[in-house]
Ligand binder design. Structure first.
Ligand SMILES: NC(=O)C[C@H](N)C(=O)O
Length: 323
């Protein structure tokens, strides 16, 4: 019997539709009483660790999940872990766990786009698929995986791309890492290795600011006054800013506050290419770091992890760049 630790955290997968069409949380998680027909060699240890819509999930909750999973890996002889989660911030929790837990144990995160009593509800199906993947030998050593809609995606690359479609989770640059069919689980490729920091705190204020045509630098002055510890800028194209915005970040850089640039384009990498005013080459010269192909919400967690791992400026620069 393979022991699978299941941690329910809430989200649409644990919700129901009411008579007026609103989707709401009940006192009971419907997954707890669902009739499951899993592969017979799996024993589930099920915990309702939280019951939160995922917009209520914070890095502190992610840290709590990490601690619970690490304890189970160390002491409870588990084969794999399944986490059910709301989809809005699912990629963030999955990415956080992927970046902080160094273990070959399969860790699979899943959710649903339609609540438990809606026509075409995908919750139970995704839950069963996640259990199958978490109990599969091939899933070992593949980092944290996101299982939705018959696809397996690496936490590093997956993102929510659609507000309502059940095929919302995609890995824009790389595609899924695997596929779930009725009879088998197929993996297509391996991930390259990446740094993992087993942090024990998630302190610090790291906001995200999105760049746009005609942007001024005012927002950076306000953030500086607010006392931030780091900043992610979703920059334009390959990693550029409007001239006034570029000038506005100087105060943060002078104060040695890490500023990381990612792109608001969801495909490709942000890198220092252009030498015009506000161009990436100039920004790099000023001390801005580049977050490569990461999206802003994951780059924010990554910077938070780097800061809580007490990396020095050089280590932080290469950590933010490698993904
Ligand atoms: N589909 C979902 O789970 C969305 C929901 N708002 C949540 O993230 O909690």
């Amino acid at each position: 019997m393979k022991k699978i630790l299941v941690l329910h955290t809430g989200g649409t997968i644990a919700m129901h539709e009411e008579a007026n069409g609103d989707v709401a949380q009940g006192a009971e998680n419907p997954l707890m009483s669902a009739a499951l027909s899993t592969a017979e060699d799996v024993e589930l240890i099920v915990e309702d660790i939280f019951n939160l819509p995922s917009p209520h999930v914070t890095p502190e909750h992610m840290l709590q999940l990490k601690d619970r999973i690490q304890m189970a890996i160390r002491n409870e002889g588990i084969f794999g872990v399944v986490i059910t989660h709301g989809t809005d911030t699912l990629e963030e929790t999955a990415y956080f766990l992927d970046s902080t837990i160094a273990s070959a144990t399969p860790i699979v995160v899943t959710g649903a786009m339609r609540s438990s009593n809606e026509l075409g509800s995908d919750g139970l199906y995704n839950y069963l698929s996640a259990i199958r993947v978490a109990g599969d030998e091939q899933s070992r050593g593949k980092g944290v995986l996101v299982v939705m809609n018959d696809e397996i995606h690496p936490a590093r690359y997956v993102t929510k791309t659609h507000t309502t479609n059940v095929a919302t989770f995609q890995s824009p640059s790389n595609g899924p890492i695997g596929l779930i069919t009725k009879k088998q689980i197929v993996f297509y490729h391996q991930l390259t290795p990446y740094a993992i920091y087993d942090i024990d705190s998630v302190q610090g204020s790291v906001p995200i600011v999105k760049a746009y045509a005609g942007m001024s630098g005012d927002i950076f002055g306000l953030l500086f006054g607010h006392g931030i510890d780091g900043l992610i800028i979703e920059a334009l194209g390959a990693g550029n800013l409007p001239p006034k915005a570029a000038a506005g970040i100087q105060t943060l850089l002078d104060a040695k506050i890490p500023v990381v640039l990612v792109s608001r384009s969801f495909n490709g990498v942000a890198e220092p290419v252009y030498s015009y005013e506000g161009g990436g080459a100039q920004l790099e010269e000023k001390g801005v770091m580049f977050g490569n192909s990461m999206n802003s919400q994951k780059a924010r967690l990554k910077l938070l992890i780097g800061l809580n791992a007490h990396l020095d400026a050089q280590q932080l620069r290469s950590y933010m760049h490698d993904n």
